[in-house]
Ligand binder design. Structure first.
Ligand code: AHR
Length: 343
């Protein structure tokens, strides 16, 4: 277990069981940050918010963690706990159990995958701790196991990409042409993967001349996408579109295309579709390397804070809240617009 930030400076604590906590606290200079102290601070009026984050696999994820971290500050009356699951659901389940033992006021969960949450969330419910799910969704038998969810409509993101591709091909006079698509899949079983994949697969099923020629695991990272796309390009270079399920995997695909000597983007042969619309993704889009970047907004800190505010006021927040999102093509982008978005 790693204390990821300078705890005293950033007021962030990594929690891994009360016993281990004291020991690690000593190791990373967070001495004395125990459940006992949480209770003391709660008596001082601080609200303890304990976040279980997916990992740090992408630029999007880093922006998401930062949004939470800068929202739940001591100055604003919060005691913020953070744990990076390194992409593993079992780590999140351990973290949640530790948060429950610790008796935090709120648990915030960004789940790696959708299934497998019933048992641990029943334990949180039993302990009377509200669980707010953020970004990705969970698939549970009993909806009362979580208090509220806020995040993206990943299916809609996929559908937007497919509709844009159809229009783009029409404009190029290629609507009747056979179109080959290489699909770079995100973390299997995550809502972001399931929705974006469904959007593409349904779109392809409805269009006779479109074909997914290969599906490879990009795991939402540049390194894995680069490795997988390079391997495909070693066997087959007849690819019209690479559908990358996030910006980091689009960068991996672009790296592989460059190495293979293939052209891409607005002035090249291969159409690049991406998701997230991070600062780096949109910059690449503005420069023409990415043809389409569908937005997935990571700034969830203030949204979760609003839900907690409602709960603190005795109100019932909306159960499921989809964030409005758009898409971007090169002609829509300027440096000012990109800089104004904050991630
Ligand atoms: O759940 C959101 C997805 O997770 C983002 O698209 C991706 O970049 C991240 O890793």
């Amino acid at each position: 277990m790693i204390c990821r930030w300078n705890c005293s400076k950033n007021k962030i604590r990594a929690v891994s069981g009360m016993a281990v906590l004291s020991m690690v606290g000593l190791l990373c200079g967070c001495a004395g940050q125990t459940a006992m102290q949480t209770e003391t601070e709660a008596a001082d009026g601080l609200i303890s918010v304990a976040f279980s984050e997916v990992g740090a696999e992408s630029d999007w994820r880093v922006a998401n963690s930062e949004s939470m971290r800068t929202t739940f500050t001591t100055e604003k009356g919060y005691e913020f706990y953070f744990e990076d699951a390194k992409g593993k659901q079992e780590n999140q389940i351990t973290t949640l159990r530790n948060y429950i033992l610790q008796g935090v006021d709120y648990i915030v969960l960004d789940p790696v995958i959708e299934t497998g949450w019933d048992e641990v969330l029943a334990e949180a419910k039993e302990a009377g701790i509200p669980v707010i799910v953020v970004d990705r969704m969970i698939d549970v038998e009993d909806d009362s196991l979580y208090t509220a969810w806020v995040g993206s409509d990943f299916n809609k993101e996929g559908e937007m990409a497919v509709e844009w591709l159809e229009e783009y091909l029409n404009e190029q006079g290629r609507s009747e042409e056979a179109i080959t698509i290489l699909h770079v899949i995100g973390t299997q079983g995550s809502s972001a993967q399931l929705g974006r994949t469904a959007g593409l697969e349904e779109g392809v099923a409805e269009r006779e001349n479109w074909e997914i020629i290969a599906q490879v695991e990009g795991e939402f990272t540049q390194a894995k996408a680069y490795e997988e796309v390079s391997e495909i390009l070693g066997q087959n270079q007849e690819i019209d579109v690479i559908y990358c399920e996030n910006d980091d995997s689009a960068f991996g695909a672009i790296q592989a295309l460059e190495e293979a000597g293939l052209t891409y983007g607005t002035d090249g042969d291969v159409i690049i579709i991406s998701f997230d619309a991070t600062e780096a993704g949109l910059t690449a889009c503005m420069e023409g390397s990415i043809n389409l970047d569908v937005e997935c907004n990571p700034m969830h800190g203030p949204r979760v804070e609003a839900i907690i505010g409602q709960l603190e006021a005795g109100e019932t927040p909306e159960k499921n809240h989809y964030v409005e999102e758009a898409y971007f093509t090169p002609d829509m982008l300027t440096e000012e617009l990109i800089a104004s978005r904050g991630y």
